[in-house]
Structure formats: structure tokens, C-alpha cells
Design a protein around this ligand. Structure first.
Ligand SMILES: [Zn+2]
Ligand SMILES: [Zn+2]
Length: 351
């Protein structure tokens, strides 16, 4: 089959790789109909994650069940599913508590980053391909309602649940002022998800005008990073935001989140960290009683209710799709997404 293979920083090639095969009885093969490029794919693309080149990229995929292993009980051939970015068993200590990103069977495995991020599975495939082998398929795949099309469903694989997780961890209360730092696709999903909790205002901070414009369409007050502090203080009688959500995964926006949260407020980080350590402002956090929440989103646990919200029209991520490219153009997809050119926001791939 054809797949997008990571060969090294800024070197993504679409080439022939062996077809995925069922290795474990709980596996299923999904024929991918839509995949997406994610901000976290840019970490290896920039040389910023300890990956071993040669793996199939992609952890956001929607497709059709093609084959199921003998122990797959619920999933049936021909069903249309979204594949959660992190496979999970659905049955261990963690999965039963909804903390599926800590699944003890898969060990925080994520599709599309090669062996070093395959957790206890040892090996996982990627979704930027014609097909993928999905471990623990009965749980990792979610059967889609007919009214949620592939392009909207692609957001359920990772970034809509991730944005939702960021909003949930922020403990947003009705009437709050929420500031979202970073209006890439995850930040914009956090803007959408934050709206579900009834804030009075969502201030969306980003340096790119076209992304601020999208944030405005989702009901946020868009501001440039340079004006963020003044706008947030003006909006909150000088206190700072009740909740700051960091949606980039780097030090500068996280610093800005800590600098703009009110005393007693919460900083919630959902950007995947590009660096292993951060100079945590421990004195400020202590003196100002700031709660810091961070984590790999429990994607699969959030999919059912988010799918329902899309189905009923309460959430619509479709405006985030800026490009739908054939799989063969994946390298160009990475270039425009990384370079913020051609108005790139969410780039989908069509195998
Ligand atoms: Zn992603
Ligand atoms: Zn589990």
C-alpha cells in the first residue's frame, strides 16, 4: 500500500510499504478514507522528538473496517469508524476509569510516531496511509453515526477530544473569562470546547491574522500576542483570566499562560511539549495559588459525547479544514501546514 513515511526532519515521502496484517486476535484492519496532519506530527518533522526514522506517520484517521481478528466481537466488516489516536484496551484499571491514555495494555502508545512511541505494543502503524492495523479494535475504533461525515469525524481522532480535555481540565465555570494561547487546530478546538462550559468570554491569542479570524468565527475575541496581556487585564478588572489554556506545546505560550492567569486560576496545557523540561514558575504558582493541569488527552473516552454534539450541530469543526489533499501530496501538506502558507489550518489527506 501507499503510505507517508518519515525519513528524517522535513523529509516525508509517500512510498510503497507492506500492507498491514492482523497480528493479534483483537486487531482490525481499517481502510483509511480520511487522515489528517496534526501539530504534533510537526515535532518529529522539526527533529524535536526522539523517533527512529522509517515509520508510517499519522495518528488521525477515519475509515472502513476491512478485516477483523477472531477476538474482535463488536466491530463488523464494512462499518465506518474513527480510530482514536491512542489505542486502548477499554478494560484495564485505567481504561475503566476513563484514563485511557494511561492504558496498561498499550502503555501510552500513539499511532504514527514509530517504535519509540508504541508503548507496550512494540509496534504500531500510522494513519497517513491507505490502511492501518488497529490494536484492541473493539475499543480503539468508534463506529460513526451516519450524519457525521468523514471530514468532521477526522477531528474526533485527536484534536477535538484534546481541545475538550483542555477545557475540561480548566474547570471552566459559567461566566468565566478563558484565554486560549495558540489558535492552531488544537487551540481552535479548545475555543469550541470551552464554549460548551458557558464562559462569558473566550480570548483567543495568536500571532497569525487568518487564525485569529477563524477564532472570531468560533465566537472568541481574537488578540495578537503583543496585546494579550492588556486585553486580558482589561476584560477582567485587572485580575487575569480565570482559565488559561495552552495549545501550542512550547515555553513562550506557557509562560504567557502563567503570566495572564488570575490568582487562584487554572493553567491547562494540551499542547504536546516539544521539549522534555520547562522552567516552571514555582514561586508564582505557589504565591498565586495557581492550578496547573497537563496531560495526554483521554481521547477515546471523549469521542462518544463529542460525536453526539457534532451529530446535533452543537459543534462543527468543518470550518477548520483548509485543505483536502490526495495522499500523494502529503509532503506538500506538511510544508504548507508547517509554513502557515496557503492559509493552512487543518490539512486532511484522502488516500
Ligand atoms: Zn493529532
Ligand atoms: Zn486499557
Amino acid at each position: 500500500m501507499k503510505a507517508a513515511v518519515f525519513h528524517g526532519p522535513r523529509d516525508v515521502r509517500v512510498e510503497n510499504v507492506p500492507d498491514p496484517k492482523i497480528k493479534s486476535p483483537t486487531d482490525a484492519i481499517i481502510r483509511i478514507t480520511r487522515a489528517a496532519i496534526c501539530g504534533s506530527d510537526l515535532h518529529p518533522y522539526h527533529g524535536g522528538m526522539p523517533v527512529l526514522p522509517g515509520f508510517v506517520l499519522g495518528h488521525e484517521g477515519v475509515g472502513i473496517v476491512e478485516e477483523t481478528g477472531p477476538a474482535v466481537l463488536r466491530l463488523k466488516k464494512g462499518q465506518r469508524v474513527v480510530v482514536a489516536a491512542c489505542p486502548a484496551c477499554g478494560d484495564c484499571f485505567y481504561c475503566r476509569r476513563g484514563q485511557v491514555s494511561q492504558c496498561s495494555e498499550t502503555g501510552s502508545a500513539t499511532f504514527g510516531f514509530g517504535r519509540n512511541f508504541a508503548g507496550r505494543l512494540g509496534e504500531v502503524g500510522g494513519a497517513q496511509a491507505e490502511a492501518i492495523c488497529v490494536p484492541f479494535a473493539d475499543y480503539t475504533c468508534y463506529v460513526l453515526p451516519e450524519s457525521v461525515d468523514d471530514e468532521r469525524a477526522a477531528f474526533l481522532a485527536d484534536i477535538l477530544p484534546t481541545g475538550f480535555f483542555g477545557a475540561l481540565n480548566g474547570d471552566i465555570r459559567p461566566g468565566d473569562t478563558v484565554a486560549v494561547f495558540g489558535c492552531g487546530p488544537v487551540g481552535l478546538c479548545a475555543v469550541m470546547a470551552a464554549g460548551l462550559f458557558g464562559p462569558a468570554e473566550i480570548i483567543a491569542v495568536d500571532g497569525l491574522p487568518y487564525r485569529r479570524e477563524l477564532a472570531r468565527k468560533f465566537g472568541a475575541t481574537p488578540v495578537d500576542l503583543a496585546e494579550a496581556n492588556r486585553k486580558i487585564l482589561d476584560a477582567t478588572n485587572g485580575r487575569g483570566a480565570d482559565v488559561c489554556i495552552e495549545a501550542v506545546g512550547s515555553a513562550a505560550p506557557l509562560d504567557a499562560a502563567f503570566a495572564n492567569v488570575r490568582g487562584g486560576g487554572t493553567v491547562s496545557m494540551v499542547g504536546v511539549p516539544g521539549e522534555p523540561t520547562y522552567n516552571f514558575p514555582i514561586s508564582t504558582a505557589f504565591m498565586r495559588d495557581i492550578t496547573f493541569r497537563i496531560g495526554l488527552a483521554n481521547i477515546r473516552s471523549h469521542i462518544p459525547h463529542l460525536a453526539r454534539l457534532i451529530e446535533k450541530g452543537r459543534l462543527d469543526p468543518r470550518p477548520l479544514v483548509s485543505h483536502v489533499l490526495p495522499l500523494a501530496e502529503t509532503p506538500r501538506g506538511y510544508q504548507i501546514f508547517d509554513g502557515h502558507t496557503e492559509g493552512a489550518v487543518k490539512v486532511l489527506l484522502k488516500p
